[in-house]
Design a protein around this ligand. Structure first.
Ligand SMILES: *Cc1c(COP(=O)(O)O)cnc(C)c1O
Length: 493
């Protein structure tokens, strides 16, 4: 499979797309065409376990990787998940299911891809003949950093370094990162906010001087962020898997269409669902759920993407995003894969903070996508309602997606299409907010939140979060942003 850039100019293999991450002109790598999964293949996938389904989907795109090896990588990645099924479906009521993607090592859906990415990157370097040591640099506002650390821990020939804003992550997230184990990991706090942190990391990536300096230590940079195709591909698999599980459970017939409602930030998760649809999975509509930062809701309704708006810090922080980078891949598809137009729009977004699409393009997107959002009160109400009605507890991000799914069901009473709400985080990752939604009680300490939430819901506390309290804090360094590269050099020396 050949990959091209959304902004034109480049053609690369799967391994190259993953090793490079971003194309030279700033565009994102997309498959030259969508590989198809035939009816016969779907029938076969019905009887496969999760790693087999994942490897089948991955190999459709990454045919320069060995299929048996992909399967081995998926098996060892998903063996790190708690419980027998890495992506279980939970029945809520007739017509509504929740797809739980939070059973990985860090309790958020990013584990679905970040447990596989180290293999894809390591092997990609081997395929491309890259001999240097790889340093994965990450700027994080929370979930990605921990998932990347856990994924790359003790990976062969790869080091990973995560920068986070000293005051910009939750106490639970900070503790998760600073107690990280592994010989090849480093975590550094940066004075400032997430943007300072991310800009400084981007500057290191773009600096020829820094690259020269790193070469002295036989080191080459790589990224693990969500625009890397290696993050997207493993996410496509769970849409297939959820579909087959519904068929196996007798909830739908093979071939019958289903809807997904997806809590969306960077547009990576929901884009994977769109890719699954383009590969032939019977997906009808995709409900794009936002929190109060509802720039995507407005975009889907009006066809204008405008970042000139207030930014809210919400209880679903992983969706507090104004520029959803993966949206570029969808835009590229709906404008007829026009590379020049895509580049123009993205440049306009960068320079003016706004771009528009045509009414025809907007309508083409609306054939598949709906947008909706939940404000903070609605998140609380949705979590509380579901808990009271069914005893099921969901986290704040999932609360947004459930609210949007409920809105759709209310407006389309006769619609009997199966709705799958995608759940992206374990409720214990945001214990205080979920506790408040379920009981109305406020606690300040996260561990007290975990304890009280357990008392209220009797839901099992995941081992990785329960054990956090007794772990040793290994990383305490705090630097100003102009000293970040010095830390990088100290680490690779
Ligand atoms: C990252 C994340 C999201 C957003 O996913 P995107 O792929 O960026 O749209 C939603 N919920 C949680 C818990 C996350 O960690």
């Amino acid at each position: 499979m050949i990959f091209i850039s959304t902004r034109g100019g480049e053609k690369v293999t799967g391994a190259e797309a993953i090793v490079k991450g971003l194309s030279d002109n700033g565009g994102l790598f997309v498959p030259e065409k969508f590989p198809q999964v035939s009816k016969e293949e779907m029938q076969e996938m019905l009887y496969m376990n999760y790693p087999e389904r994942a490897a089948t989907v991955l190999h459709k795109y990454l045919d320069d990787y060995d299929k048996a090896e992909l399967l081995k990588a998926c098996e060892s990645a998903y063996a790190k998940f708690e419980g027998p099924d890495p992506a279980p479906l939970v029945r809520i009521e007739d017509g509504i299911y929740i797809l739980e993607l939070f059973h990985g090592p860090t309790c958020a859906f990013k584990d679905m891809a970040l447990t596989v990415l180290p293999y894809l990157l390591r092997k990609g370097c081997d395929i491309c003949g890259i001999k240097e040591q790889i340093l994965v640099l990450v700027a994080t506002s929370g979930d990605t950093g921990k998932a990347a650390l856990e994924g790359f821990k003790d990976a062969n020939g790869i080091k990973i370094m995560v920068f986070y804003p000293d005051d910009g992550v939750s106490s639970m997230q900070k503790l998760q990162m600073c107690t990280q184990e592994g010989k090849n990991v480093n975590v550094v706090a940066v004075k400032g906010n997430f943007d300072d942190c991310q800009t400084a990391v981007k500057n290191i990536f773009n600096s020829a001087e820094d690259a020269e300096e790193l070469k002295k230590y036989n080191t080459r940079l790589s990224s693990a962020n969500s625009i890397n195709f290696g993050r997207l591909a493993p996410q496509i698999a769970y849409y297939f898997s959820a579909y087959f599980d519904l068929v196996t459970a007798g909830q739908i017939e093979m071939g019958q269409e289903v809807d997904f409602s997806v809590p969306t930030g960077n547009f990576g998760n929901i884009l994977a669902a769109y890719y699954a649809k383009r590969m032939g999975l019977p997906v009808r509509r995709l409900h794009c759920a936002s929190n109060m930062n509802n720039i995507l809701t407005d975009f889907l309704a009006k066809g204008c993407y405008d970042v000139h708006r207030e930014f809210y810090k919400t209880t679903s922080p992983s969706m507090d995003i104004l520029v959803s980078s993966n949206l570029e891949r969808l835009l590229f598809e709906v404008c007829g894969r026009d590379e020049k137009l895509t580049a123009e729009r993205m440049n306009k977004l960068k320079s003016e903070g706004v771009y528009e699409i045509t009414e025809k393009e907007r309508a083409a997107i609306a054939e598949t996508f709906d947008g909706g959002f939940a404000n903070e009160d609605e998140v609380v109400e949705t979590i509380y309602d579901l808990f009271c009605d069914t005893g099921y507890t969901m986290d704040t991000h999932t609360g947004c997606a459930m609210k949007v799914a409920n809105d759709w069901k209310r407006k389309n009473k006769k619609d009997e299409t199966m709705m799958v709400v995608v759940s992206t985080a374990n409720p214990y990752k945001f214990p205080q907010d979920v506790l408040y939604a379920v009981t109305g009680n406020d606690v300040r300490d996260s561990f007290k939140g975990v304890k009280r939430l357990h008392a209220a819901t009797a839901m099992a506390v995941p081992k990785s979060l329960a054990g956090l309290k007794d772990k040793t804090v290994r990383f305490k360094t705090v630097v100003t942003k102009d000293k970040m590269f010095d830390e990088v050099i100290k680490f690779v020396k």
